[in-house]
Design a protein around this ligand. Structure first.
Ligand code: KIV
Length: 278
């Protein structure tokens, strides 16, 4: 049986049934195809593409054009998972018309099926505006990386009771504004569980404990591809970086010793001229 296409309404059903939602980031077509084929429910083209793939120090420099490039690639690799695209920093906060135009591009030109944006009360009007033109929106509270300079670093949020209360209020405001799901990043597990029980939309945690309706990780962290250490909450399911380094070192050594390419696989005298010219 072909697995069902994931939709925003299916995620709501999964929450009702207590079925955990599996989400991962993706940035390119072959990885998206692999994750989709492995049964991941939600693929997020996160603006983490800035740190993970583009060599930026944080997500702030990422542009709509850069997001579009990666969203299109993931769209080409994906078939079943719900495809969500992050709205990059300053693409939605300044003016609702701007937000509409930028989200519209991610949907219409990029092939995303929903967008994600960070923040609480302040972004509620933007969410309503996007829903007016039928763009589903995923919220994101807790550690919101686009606010890294205000937050003073990548720190757990909501430890202080007043911050925790504000986070619950923000979650309710976002729910009221019409989000279909909510990412909770780096908040204490009991707070994430409390939010999950108080809102009707599915929560998807990252560093937020087991009480969320689903989990998301940055795919490079899960696979052990990153050059810098992954956050402590990450479970590394593979350690691919040393495997790749070893492969490249062996290739370099073989080229230098002329062990690669071997004679048997080279184009040349053994092949007809027409083929060799290609
Ligand atoms: O940009 C991103 O990858 C994200 C996830 C970490 C939730 O927002």
């Amino acid at each position: 049986m072909t697995p069902m296409k994931t939709t925003t309404t299916r995620l709501a059903e999964m929450k009702r049934r207590g079925e955990p939602i599996v989400a991962l980031t993706a940035y390119d077509a072959p990885t998206a195809a692999l994750l989709d084929g492995a049964g991941v429910d939600v693929l997020l083209v996160g603006d983490s593409v800035g740190n993970v793939k583009l060599g930026y120090g944080n997500t702030l420099p990422v542009t709509v054009e850069e997001m579009l490039h990666h969203v299109r690639a993931v769209r080409r690799g994906n078939s079943r998972a719900l495809l969500v695209a992050d709205m990059p920093y300053l693409s939605y906060e300044l003016d609702p018309a701007d937000a509409l135009r930028n989200a519209g591009r991610l949907i219409k030109d990029g092939g995303a099926e929903a967008v994600k944006l960070e923040g609480g009360l302040a972004v509620a009007p933007v969410i309503k505006e996007l829903l007016r033109v039928n763009i589903p929106v995923m919220g994101h509270l807790g550690l919101t990386p686009q606010a890294v300079n205000r937050l003073g670093g990548y720190k757990v949020q909501g430890r202080d009771p007043r911050d925790a209360e504000r986070l619950v209020t923000d979650a309710r405001i976002l729910e009221g504004a019409g989000i279909f799901a909510l990412v909770l990043e780096c908040v204490p597990a009991d707070l994430a569980a409390a939010v999950t029980s108080k809102v009707s939309v599915p929560t998807i945690g990252i560093g937020a404990g087991p009480g969320c309706d689903g989990q998301i990780l940055v795919v490079d962290d899960l696979l052990g591809l990153g050059a810098s250490p992954a956050p402590s909450f990450v479970r590394r399911y593979a350690d691919l970086r040393p495997v790749m380094e070893d492969a490249v070192r062996r290739y370099a050594a073989d080229v230098r010793s002329r062990a690669f390419p071997g004679k048997a696989h080279s184009y040349g005298a053994a092949r007809p001229k027409a083929r060799a010219a290609r």
